[in-house]
Design a protein around this ligand. Structure first.
Ligand code: MTE
Ligand code: MO
Length: 317
């Protein structure tokens, strides 16, 4: 049942406040570069190497992607297939009020107002690498809450083996939905243990600001060890299911995109290698992005490889 509207408890600070606090702590030199400066190397040089050992998986210390690139070079096909289309067209998306329909194998289901959800979640900041299957990557400071914390509120039953997500598909707000490039609405899914993993985030903001529409406002998934297309945007529906739910890119090209889509340099895409990526980060223009090696599970193997013990990752790609 929907919960009554509640006001935000004092302890829930806005993303803006959190981000400014961090920016103050890090100093004005630029968040990503700060920790690297002590090594006597520029952030640029460091990009060629794997993240340093002991790196906090929740907060990458790599150079951040410029805000202009993170918000101007996007995939959000509901607003067109060009990388600049989402920034150009997503202003027509109405993100307030917003609600999320929760259904399936859970004790609590119904339609929940986003503000009621937010009132029960504590907002955290996570600095994650995001690796797109097409071969570029970014480092983005997100604000949001752990998906696992939200899932616990709904009390999934023992039959809930997967979590399915659906994006809004409204041709009046989303001009790209008028074209059959994908079978709308965009859908994605996770195994429930992947969804409950503490790295899995539902983002409501980035760079200390409200989430821009082109990045999936007001609520988008971020799963840092999987290719970017798993991070479904502008979520309107969450369903707990017993069987593996369909996913948009798998339905569209099953030989190219699997359900798991864990970042894996050892398993090439049928049409291109996945061994390296172009890192869009630091002060340089996108055209000068450096090519760096891609890491298993996008560098989060220590945290998530155990979820896939005994699975043939070439088969379950
Ligand atoms: N609903 C929806 N979600 C989506 C997409 C999309 O087209 N529609 N594109 C995906 C892809 S391919 C990527 S790489 C990421 C890009 O996220 P970003 O634009 O915030 O970098 O969003 C993912 N989520
Ligand atoms: Mo992507």
């Amino acid at each position: 049942m929907p919960r009554p509207v509640r006001s935000l408890p004092e302890s829930v600070v806005t993303p803006e406040v959190l981000y400014r606090r961090r920016a103050l702590l890090a100093g004005a030199a630029g968040l990503g570069a700060v920790a690297l400066a002590g090594c006597g190397q520029s952030a640029e040089q460091d990009l060629a190497a794997a993240p340093p050992a002991g790196d906090d998986p929740f907060r990458s210390i790599e150079a951040l992607t410029r805000f202009e690139d993170a918000t101007g070079y996007n995939n959000f096909y509901e607003f067109g297939t060009g990388k600049a289309d989402p920034a150009r067209h997503a202003h027509s998306l109405v993100t307030r009020p917003w609600s999320v329909a929760v259904s399936g194998e859970a004790a609590r289901t119904g339609v929940f107002a986003l503000e009621d959800i937010l009132a029960r979640m504590s907002i955290v900041e996570r600095i994650y690498r995001l690796r797109c299957v097409e071969g570029w990557s970014m480092v983005i400071p997100w604000q949001g809450f752990e998906l696992g914390a939200l899932i616990r509120l709904f009390e999934p039953t023992s039959r809930a083996k997967y979590v399915a997500f659906t994006t809004l598909a409204d041709p009046r707000q989303m001009p790209g939905v008028r074209f059959p490039v994908l079978d709308w609405p965009y859908v994605e899914g996770l195994r429930i243990d992947e969804a409950m993993h503490p790295l899995t985030l539902l983002a409501t903001g980035m760079y200390g600001r409200e989430l821009p529409n082109q990045n999936g406002a007001p609520l988008r998934l971020v799963v840092p060890w999987k290719y970017g297309f798993k991070s479904i945007k502008s979520i309107v529906r969450i369903a707990f299911t017993e069987t593996q739910p369909p996913t948009s890119w798998n339905r569209s090209a099953p030989d190219e995109y699997g359900f798991y889509s864990n970042v894996n340099p050892a398993v090439d895409h049928p049409r291109w290698s996945q061994k390296s990526e172009r890192r869009l980060a630091g002060s340089g223009n996108r055209l000068f992005a450096r090519r760096i090696p891609t890491l298993p599970f996008n560098g989060y193997a220590e945290q998530v490889a155990s979820l896939y013990t005994g699975m043939d990752l070439a088969r379950y790609f």
